[in-house]
Design a protein around this ligand. Sequence first.
Ligand code: AMP
Length: 557
Amino acid sequence: MDEDLATSTDGGFAGLGLRPELLRALSDLGYEEPTPIQREAIAPLIAGHDLVGQAATGTGKTAAFALPLLQSLTTGGTSPAALVLVPTRELAEQVSQAVHRYGRDLNVRVLPVYGGQPISRQLQVLRRGVDVVVGTPGRILDHIERETLQLDAVRTVVLDEADEMLDMGFAEDIEAILAETPAERQTVLFSATMPPRIDAIARRHLRDPLRIRMGKDTSAADGLPTVRQSAYLVARAHKTAALGRVLDVEAPTAAIVFCRTREEVDEVTESLNGRGYRAEALHGGLSQDQRDRVMGRLRGGATELLVATDVAARGLDVEQLTHVINYNVPSAPEAYVHRIGRVGRAGRTGAAITLAEPREQRMLKAIERLTGQRIALEKLPTVTDLRARRLEVVRTTVQEALTAEDLERFRAVLDSLTDESDIELVALAALKLLHEANGGDVDEAEIPTISPVRERDERGRPAGGPGTGPRRGRADGGAVTRVFVGLGRRAGVRPQDLVGAIAGEAGLSARDVGAIQITDRFSLVEVPEAEAEKVIRALSHSTIRGRRPTVRRDRPN
Ligand code: AMP
């Protein structure tokens, strides 16, 4: 096998000064090279600088802060050496898993801490000692107030998705938490947008921070090909199914499917082969010889799909390529431009298709800004679309065969069949057999549709979200339920406390919270009916303004 790309080349992680345990973990995860934000942030963070990074989900920002944090982490203490604040439970789990995976060989103890999870389990783990805590501000503050979490040994604090945290009303909680950490700590702030409020936090709490902004280079947009560009919004769990479906409908002559890691390349290749495609994997773990053979098979038409990482596909030039498919939104807009530059050459038509997780929509916008071209958000083909498409394939295949020269040799078979059956019935049976040979009926569940998130306003706040004036009911008209919270004005409750608690502790988006009414002694909050139980459960276990509220469905009048 080739020497490992991630550790051997100058452009790899080794060049950033990471310790061998981390390099090994990255290589095993199939990361072949750092993303742009990682390339810029890792070395200064290792050197101890504070940093403000403007980067959205999908850029690789988690590893950009997690790797330096792990590089110098003192493990084995009784209280944590690093604290990561995140806006939601989902992100707490994701970041915590990432830290755990990267820190595999360092015996790092990581704990995600969020509302809605029984506090007793968190207490047990905290008592045994943890090295890194990743949590939502509400629950972290709760632990501080109970004195079950000490932050005096913290050396690094990360504020991840800081703009989201502010949108959810966590500003005061963040201030209170930072006040509990040593003044000489390193502070790292990541945010997708940089409204003035974020800048104010950076000025107040960070020391002479380095500022990194992704996507400012526009030179890569020069000479863009004109290809059809579209994207589909898909939840992570449905991505392989969605890819198969898109390929079925697009029917590319030759395509490259880009993945982030070697593991992903292998998984996707296997699933496409299972679907009847001739797909081959191309990644940095293959020898040059193996790569040449794969390329030869693509050029010769023996393979129709290449599943590749960016590194492996570098310099690759295939004449007959009709489609570039991004299995994820690329980690930088420039990478997108490089990828799609491989189709639509010399005036041929081509298509660039991107599968984006809901959280990655912002990256799509960044790409549109860089290229100045629109990426159309399309609806995934439904099961009905697929069925129609397969029948259409049967029709065109037979139609083309009608002009074949060697049909006469089947005449005797036809004659003997029509002795006993109607010729139409024979034709129908033949069509059915062809259809079945092509894969037959589509036997798949529908993939849930995801609606695009509404645009944010200039200052980076969701339109109609918290902080933009009086709250109104949900714009999409879905069924809502009023939830009674037994704390009101007298307890100092403000709308942002409720939005923050619901978003942070129940994992809802701030946009899902509807009208809020606060009286002296209680508050009423509208939430989507489908989420009502979850909200009630989570809020009953959380503290709002330092107090545990009674929470239940509001009784109808
Ligand atoms: P993030 O922007 O931190 O949410 O990361 C987006 C995704 O990219 C995650 O699934 C990571 O596992 C993956 N990722 C991060 N860095 C790299 C890298 N250097 N190479 C390949 N995948 C990466």
